[in-house]
Design a protein. Structure first.
Length: 295
């Protein structure tokens, strides 16, 4: 047993899951014996974290197969499908009179897709090139949350950000202060720490890849729901699956990322849909979506 403080409940009783993570042998993965949360320790220092995002993260995206992320315009174009996926899931929450904020808005591809359905949108994106591109596409975007000070929003979107946050409670408290009050909603997605490649297929190659040095947390539905309830939200959790059967087969057969759509000519659309539905029904899907209403 190794003592390492959980970043959700602060318990020092952490069960060691793995020594070393992708790109950093000095970090390890633990499961909290008090609340069940999975977390990394030690966390990166602020300086090391900044170095990672400036110098190392672009190279990681290329290794993952995201070569088109090289320019903001390519990033925007590549993510139109992701914008459509998100919009389909949240369109029932959108109203003409709403003010919407997205934290981690990248090139603004999602806000661009929904801006005509609401009153106003604002993006927060620390990458200056991405923020500038979003502004050029008519999506108002700033580089930090200070620009939103004094404003209130009906909806806040947070996609694949919370797992990077060292202190989730403090961050959610800050977000709650930006929401208009009871009935306003935070919509977020995080990777599922219990996804199929980890919990079902137990891919050794994926195990050496999925634990990332800049990911502070790996949420389960139980841990995410408990966190949101503790911080004043009423969450509804929704299973989501972004990657297809081809991606999983490439991981299992070749031990590497990529493969999206490779076997599209063999697998029918019906099979792809049912595969994703099976993973979602068993909560072995790759992502967890939460619609969290302010209590």
């Amino acid at each position: 047993m190794k003592r390492a403080a959980c970043n959700l409940c602060a318990s020092a009783q952490g069960e060691l899951i793995r020594k070393g993570v992708y790109g950093n042998p000095r970090q390890s993965v633990y499961r909290c014996l008090a609340c069940g949360h999975v977390y990394l320790a030690p966390l990166l220092s602020d300086a090391d974290e900044e170095t990672f995002y400036i110098n190392d993260y672009p190279a990681f995206l290329l290794k993952r197969g995201d070569a088109k992320n090289a320019s903001p315009a390519d990033h925007f174009a590549k993510n139109r499908g992701e914008a459509a996926r998100r919009l389909e899931l949240v369109q029932g929450l959108l109203r003409r009179g709403q003010d919407v904020l997205e934290i981690g808005s990248a090139t603004g591809y999602f806000l661009h897709a929904l801006k005509k359905r609401v009153r106003s949108v604002l993006g927060v994106e620390p990458n200056s090139a991405h923020a500038a591109y979003a502004n050029s596409r008519g999506v108002p975007t700033c580089q930090d949350l200070q620009a939103a000070a004094g404003r209130r929003f009906d909806l806040v979107f947070l996609y694949y950000v919370l797992e990077h946050v060292k202190e989730p409670h403090g961050f959610l408290k800050q977000i709650r202060s930006l929401l208009r009050g009871r009935g306003a909603k935070l919509v977020l997605e995080v990777p599922n720490g219990d996804e199929a490649l980890v919990s079902l297929y137990r891919s050794q190659a994926y195990d050496g890849f999925v634990w990332q040095r800049a990911h502070c947390s790996y949420f389960s539905p139980k841990a995410l729901g408990a966190l949101l309830r503790r911080d004043g939200f009423r969450p509804r959790l929704v299973p989501a699956q972004r990657y297809d059967l081809s991606n999983h087969m490439v991981w299992l057969g070749e031990g590497r990322p990529g493969g999206l759509g490779r076997y599209r000519r063999v697998f029918s659309d019906a099979l792809e849909r049912e595969y994703k539905e099976c993973l979602k029904r068993s909560w072995a899907c790759d992502s967890i979506m939460a619609v969290a209403e302010v209590r």
